[in-house]
Design a protein around this ligand. Structure first.
Ligand SMILES: [Zn+2]
Length: 307
């Protein structure tokens, strides 16, 4: 990634936030999530399969239980996870069909995990864009297709995706994401913070801001972090009943605290266990999110996002 297009994208996102009436300065009062009830249409924006459970398992369950609609859009299908491929295929030189097979497995896991949280099949939406390539689409490959280094694909290769065959370009991704917003009509979007250290996460946050602003609405967006910096979340491993601490990367942002009931924590753990491929390689990190609270910022903090 060259620095200048990313910087331009971040500047555009900051402008979009201001245009939508949000201030770029850190908030001081602790915000809260909007009321969750039968009128709620929740959309969780997940860069990879498992992110929706890590960030938002409690809110998803609460919306489903209140009679609202819960949907998840997975931007990628996790087809470039080096650790997975190394462990499963015992080689770093993985054939494109093996990377695609891993994605198919991860999509099955995502369906199972999200169903355990209360997301119906109609709310399980896969876009199939390239793992580790999303930021490149939004910067260097807006109109020229990007080719995934792991699958060899330059267009969505998954029949289970919403739009198979759509090219790997930023323009196509934005159109597909807008189609998801049109379908879901969300009243609340939970998106990755542009401050997350994973480039796919940052890009998914910026994508959410850009497309939802264009449609005339940012007020219903809240932001979460999974790759929060400095060894967060700490300590690693399963500690049920313990609250999640604020990520170092969310410093300066006021965070809404969403408290999970013990049964919701249990269901979160059950959902996470559906991710066999991820639990085999990353269990201590993943289990560290099974805590008694989830944290959401009402500001993206894009002005401090890493380059
Ligand atoms: Zn992720």
């Amino acid at each position: 990634m060259s620095a200048s297009p990313a910087a331009a994208l971040l500047a555009a996102a900051a402008l979009a936030v201001r245009a939508a009436g949000c201030t770029a300065a850190p908030a001081t009062a602790a915000p809260s999530l909007p009321r969750l009830d039968a009128q709620t249409s929740l959309l969780v924006v997940a860069p990879h399969p498992d992110d929706e459970t890590l960030c938002c398992a409690g809110v998803i369950q609460r919306v489903a239980r209140a009679g609202g609609r819960a949907s998840v859009v997975w931007i990628t299908s996790g087809d470039a996870s080096e650790l997975d491929l190394l462990l499963i295929e015992k080689s770093l030189f993985v054939k494109p069909e093996e990377a695609r097979a891993l994605a198919a497995t991860r999509m099955r896991e995502a369906r199972e995990a999200s169903a355990r949280l209360g997301v119906p099949a109609a709310g399980q939406l896969f876009l199939g864009y390239p793992d580790r390539g999303v930021l490149r689409l939004l910067t260097d490959h807006r109109a020229t297709p990007y080719t995934s280094g792991s699958t060899g694909a330059a267009a969505v290769p998954y029949r289970a995706a919403l739009f198979p065959g759509h090219p790997y370009t930023g323009e196509s991704l934005e159109r597909d994401f807008a189609a998801v917003l049109e379908r879901v009509q969300p009243t609340l979007i939970l998106a990755p913070s542009p401050r997350d250290s994973h480039p796919d996460h940052r890009a998914a946050g910026l994508l959410t801001i850009a497309v939802s602003t264009r449609r005339g609405g940012l007020p219903g967006v809240r932001y979460w972090i999974v790759h929060g910096g400095e060894g967060w979340p700490s300590p690693r491993g399963l500690l049920p009943g313990v609250p999640l601490t604020a990520a170092p990367r969310s410093r300066g942002l006021a965070l809404a605290v969403f408290a999970l009931e013990p049964a919701e924590e249990d269901h979160m753990l059950e959902a996470l266990r559906a991710y066999d491929t991820q639990m085999r390689t990353l269990a201590p990190f993943l289990l560290a999110f099974v805590r008694s609270t989830e944290l959401f910022a009402s500001l993206p903090g894009a002005e401090l996002a890493p380059q």
